[in-house]
Design a protein around this ligand. Structure first.
Ligand SMILES: [Fe+2]
Ligand SMILES: [Fe+2]
Length: 372
C-alpha cells in the first residue's frame, strides 16, 4: 500500500505541474519518470494497477486505500470532475502514455484518451430492468438454489477448529451462483427462503453470498472478482461454527436475542483467525469475516484497540446483505419481514451504519428486481 500511495503522490505532483506549466516541462518529465518507475515496483505484485473511485473511496486492485492523503483526495476530485471512475494501468505502459494521461487529468475537459496500456472508463451502475435469460428454465431455479444450499450444508458441516476447510467445494457453489448472477437472472429468484431454524445457517450463508455478488455486479466490479467476493461472503459467519460448545442455530433453537448477541460479539474474530490459516483461500475471506459487523463509520464490533478501521468495500457489501437477510429470516425471538419492509427499515437506519452509496444502490436494485 505504501508503494501505491507513493505512486499516487508523485503522479498527482506531475498532474499539478502539468496544469501550471505544460506537458513538455522538465518537472513533468521528471515526475512522470519517477511515477513510471514506482509502477514498475507495483507490477512485481500484479500485472496491472486498477484504480476505481467509488463515491469518496479510492479502491486499488479491489482493496480500499485508507489514509490516502491530500494527493489521493485530489486525484478523486479530479477524476470525479472529469467523469472518470476507473483507470487501469497495464504492464508495459510507456513514458509517453503516462505523460499523456498526466496531461489529460490536468485539464478540466471530460474523459481521458485511452491507450494501449491505459484503460479509462466509468464503473457501470446498472439501473436497467433485469432481463430473464430466455434459454434458462426458471422453474428449475428453486431446485437449483436448494441443491446449492445442500452443498453449503455439507461444506459447513466439515468446518471445525481441528480440520482445515476444503476450498474446492465452496468454489464450485460460488461459480454456479456467479454464473446465474452474470446472466442477470432476477436476484429474488436465487434467494432461498429460510425453511426451518435448523437450516438458517446454510440458507443465510448462501443468500448473503448471492446478494453480495449481485451488489458487486451492479456496481461494475469485474467478473473475475465475483468469485472471491462470493466465497468471502459465503464464509462470513464461519466463526459461529467455531464457538466452543457449538454455535449456530442447530443447538440453539430456544436462544434469546441476548444469548445470540453474546455469540455474535466473538464470531468475527474466531472466523478471521480460522480463515487466515487456510492456504489458497482468497484474502478477502478473513477480512470480511472480521469486518462484517463493523459499521461504515468504524464503530460496531469487534471493538478495536488503537481506534477504528475503515471497512473494506467487500465487507461493506457483505454487511448490507447480512442485515437484509437477517431481517428477512425468522428467528426464535422475531418474525421475518417482507422484502419491502426490510428495505424501508434499512433506508431509515442511522447514517453511519452502511456505505451510503452502496445502500442506495442495493435498495434501488432490489426494488427493480421486485418490479421485474
Ligand atoms: Fe455475523
Ligand atoms: Fe451473518
Amino acid at each position: 500500500m505504501e508503494t501505491l500511495k507513493r505512486f499516487i503522490s508523485i503522479f498527482m505532483s506531475a498532474v499539478s505541474n502539468c496544469s501550471l506549466y505544460s506537458k513538455e516541462h522538465a518537472f513533468v518529465d521528471e515526475l512522470s519518470r519517477k511515477a513510471l518507475s514506482i509502477l514498475g515496483e507495483l507490477y512485481k505484485e500484479a500485472d496491472s494497477l486498477e484504480i476505481m473511485i467509488l463515491e469518496d473511496d479510492l479502491i486499488a486492485n479491489k482493496m480500499a486505500v485508507r489514509d490516502i492523503g491530500i494527493q489521493g483526495l485530489n486525484l478523486i476530485k479530479r477524476l470525479k470532475r472529469k467523469g472518470i471512475s476507473r483507470i487501469d494501468f497495464l504492464k508495459g505502459i510507456t513514458l509517453s502514455e503516462l505523460k499523456q494521461l498526466v496531461a489529460d487529468i490536468s485539464t478540466t475537459e471530460k474523459g481521458a484518451k485511452p491507450h494501449q496500456h491505459i484503460k479509462v472508463g466509468v464503473v457501470d451502475i446498472r439501473i436497467g430492468r433485469f432481463e430473464i435469460d430466455k434459454d434458462f428454465d426458471i422453474d428449475s431455479l428453486s431446485n437449483f438454489t436448494s441443491e446449492q444450499v445442500e452443498k453449503v450444508k455439507r461444506e459447513y458441516n466439515s468446518i471445525s477448529p481441528f480440520k482445515k476447510l476444503k476450498i474446492a467445494g465452496l468454489e464450485e457453489i460460488v461459480v454456479q451462483f456467479s454464473l446465474m448472477v452474470k446472466k442477470e437472472i432476477n436476484i429474488l429468484k436465487l434467494l432461498c427462503p429460510a425453511r426451518s431454524y435448523s437450516e438458517n445457517d446454510y440458507t443465510h450463508a448462501t443468500n448473503v453470498s448471492v446478494l453480495t455478488m449481485f451488489q458487486a455486479q451492479t456496481i461494475g466490479v469485474r467478473e473475475e472478482f465475483l468469485r472471491d467476493i462470493g466465497i468471502a461472503a459465503l464464509l462470513h459467519d464461519t466463526g459461529k461454527l467455531l464457538i466452543p460448545g457449538g454455535g449456530g442455530f442447530l443447538k440453539r433453537q430456544d436462544s434469546s436475542e441476548a444469548e445470540e448477541n453474546e455469540e455474535t460479539e466473538i464470531h468475527p474474530l474466531y472466523g478471521a483467525q480460522y480463515l487466515a490459516k487456510i492456504n489458497g483461500l482468497t484474502r478477502l475471506a478473513p477480512i470480511v469475516a472480521f469486518e462484517h459487523h463493523l459499521r461504515y463509520d468504524g464503530r460496531g464490533y469487534p471493538k478495536l484497540k488503537g481506534g477504528n478501521i475503515k471497512q473494506h468495500i467487500c465487507s461493506q457489501m457483505t454487511a448490507i446483505s447480512d442485515y437484509f437477510d437477517n431481517l428477512r429470516s425468522r428467528k426464535p425471538y422475531k418474525g421475518a419481514l417482507e422484502i419491502k419492509e426490510a428495505l424501508s427499515l434499512m433506508k431509515t437506519k442511522d447514517e453511519g451504519l452502511f456505505n451510503p452509496f452502496l445502500i442506495d444502490n442495493f435498495i434501488r436494485s432490489i426494488h427493480l428486481a421486485l418490479s421485474g
